[in-house]
Write a protein that binds this ligand. Structure first.
Ligand SMILES: [Zn+2]
Length: 187
């Protein structure tokens, strides 16, 4: 499962089919338990809570969860293409140290209209997979941050940013090449 994208933002009805369990209080309690399990134990703990509580319906919910959490909150697009602005070089990316860890490498969902400069990038799933490959946290590979760049704005590879606000040198070139050799977009 790809569970990186804002687990805290869901309503029970979005994830748990109506009637499982039947009443609203129980549904909210289940979602709360699932969220706490995820925060403490990650995807495996979350899956365990869902399976323990929903039995034969667990797969349905887990698939829905996976799909929802991989979608762009700005437009609802599943596994959106996340694109960088033209010309920016990831290795030189600089983050305001007072905002360290909140922004990261800016990128935009190609399906959202607020973007002003998208150029090249990768799909959300590719970005998460690449983070795992190079030893970064896939939960921090792709975080939806509209507060920094409007609808469709994402921050990439948050745990690859050093205390000086620059990308850590061991990741900078890898990330830059990975993003640049992804989806080419001509505008
Ligand atoms: Zn979008």
């Amino acid at each position: 499962m790809a569970l990186a994208l804002g687990f805290e933002s869901f309503e029970p009805d979005e994830l748990i089919p109506l009637g499982l369990p039947a009443d609203d209080v129980a549904r909210k309690a289940l979602l709360k338990a699932a969220r706490e399990a995820y925060e403490e134990g990650g995807e495996e703990a979350l899956e365990r809570v869902i399976r323990d509580n929903l039995g034969e319906h667990a797969d349905e919910v887990l698939n829905k969860l996976d799909e929802t959490l991989s979608s762009c909150p700005g437009c609802g697009q599943p596994n959106p293409q996340i694109l960088r602005s033209r010309g920016a070089i990831a290795a030189k990316q600089h983050i305001d140290p007072t905002n360290l860890g909140k922004d990261g490498i800016s990128a935009w969902c190609s399906n959202c209209t607020a973007d002003s400069g998208r150029f090249w990038g990768r799909s959300a799933a590719e970005i998460q997979e690449f983070a795992r490959q190079i030893g970064l946290d896939s939960n921090k590979a792709l975080v939806y941050t509209p507060q920094y760049g409007g609808t469709g704005h994402w921050s990439l590879f948050l745990d690859a940013i050093g205390p000086d606000g620059y990308l850590l040198p061991q990741y900078a070139d890898l990330i830059d090449e990975f993003l640049r050799t992804g989806i080419p977009v001509k505008r």
